[in-house]
Design a protein around this ligand. Structure first.
Ligand code: FAD
Length: 332
């Protein structure tokens, strides 16, 4: 018996093929929700007594056996475990849900659920979360719908992609139009090219990009809106789309506490090679892949506020910043 406990609708049932976009899977998922979005049966004591057959665990030895990159610091804002996650869910429903529809794309506002780490590690089921969030439908209907769209439709679309596409983390997994357009613009002149180390140490000329990178490194979770801008700029400032995708996935999986997840691969693939997206007006480097820029971010939220918050935390000697920073300031 195979159970898909990661999704509400089992991934192979929602669709028997790789879907093109949210619009092609949305109805398929919603059709199955009455059958699968149900209350969990009560937890009862199992008839098999595990104490008779299981030895106790040596936790010290278990810890010693782990291979952990200690250069990535521990996240202080999130306590692991189901109880802590349920507390975050409760706070989201009572304090932040009402702002979710209107403010979720503003990185200065505290309106997201922040539940992705607990989802990623399987400590809270999205099903449990949706059942609770739905109970606020009469109060905050727009936000409840927006949350279901993200946590069910977008998330299950990401699983659909990784389940059916063996090249889920490579340019060869992209649609043909996207591969063609990226190839056609592979040799375009890049205004800036950074190494993995320069990206990793937040040393680009762009204070918003650096601030987003710092948020990820310092807190283990970058705001969802900025993740798109962050990955698209990596495409713009690397020597090839392959290199851009490699660096984006490397940084995402190293620093995001919710990294190494279907949502992460699809997020990077959406940003860099147009997965689940359409072609846009053709331009340098990006070809027909959707473009995002600093001015666009400025129209959406107070970019300066975000930059000040994260850039001020790091006491960087001005000389450490690349000369390009000065050029960028002049342009602004
Ligand atoms: C470049 C890039 C990298 C990303 N990397 C990851 C990653 O490593 N792990 C990860 O879980 N998500 C990733 N995402 C998707 C999204 O940004 C995060 O799920 C979200 O920011 C998590 O924060 P939250 O739980 O507060 O989200 P909320 O805004 O509260 O959303 C609720 C839930 O909906 C789901 N969701 C939200 N946005 C998306 C999306 N675009 N695609 C699929 N599901 C979504 C998540 O499960 C999330 O927990 C990435 C997106 C991009 C563009």
């Amino acid at each position: 018996m195979e159970v898909d406990a990661h999704n509400i609708v089992p991934v192979w049932l929602a669709s028997d093929k790789q879907e093109y976009a949210a619009r092609t899977i949305r109805n398929k998922i919603h059709k199955f929700l009455p059958e699968f979005l149900t209350e969990f049966p009560p937890v009862t004591v199992h008839t098999h007594n595990s104490k008779l057959t299981m030895k106790s665990t040596n936790w010290i030895k278990a810890k010693e056996s782990l291979e952990i990159d200690m250069t990535v610091s521990e996240v202080s804002w999130a306590t692991p475990g189901t109880n802590a996650g349920l507390k975050v869910l409760d706070e989201f429903c009572t304090k932040r849900l009402k702002f979710f529809a209107a403010q979720r794309n503003d990185p200065n506002k505290d309106s997201l659920s922040n539940l992705s780490p607990w989802f990623h590690f399987g400590q809270i089921g999205v099903q449990r979360t949706i059942l609770k969030v739905k109970s606020y439908s009469s109060k905050h209907s727009e936000s409840v719908s927006a949350y279901i769209e993200e946590a069910v439709v977008r998330r299950e679309l990401a699983d659909n992609f990784c389940y059916y596409n063996p090249h889920y983390d490579s340019i060869s997994g992209a649609a043909q139009w996207a591969q063609d357009t990226l190839k056609a613009h592979k040799k375009d002149k890049r205004e800036y090219i950074y190494t993995q180390e320069q990206f990793e140490s937040s040393s680009t000329h762009d204070p918003l990009w650096n601030a987003a990178q710092l948020q990820m490194v310092q807190e283990g979770k970058m705001h969802g809106f900025l993740r798109m801008y962050w990955a698209k700029k990596i495409l713009e400032w690397t020597s090839s789309p392959e290199e851009g995708l490699r660096i984006a996935i490397y940084l995402n999986d190293k620093y995001e506490i919710d990294g190494r997840d279907p949502n992460g691969y699809v997020g990077c693939m959406w940003s860099i090679c147009g997965i689940h997206d359409q072609g846009w007006a053709e331009r340098s480097v990006f070809g027909k892949i959707r473009y995002m820029n600093y001015q666009g971010c400025k129209r959406k939220f107070d970019v300066g506020q975000f930059e000040r918050k994260y850039n001020k935390k790091r006491k960087l000697d001005k000389e450490e910043l690349p000369a390009a920073f000065k050029k960028f300031k002049k342009q602004k």
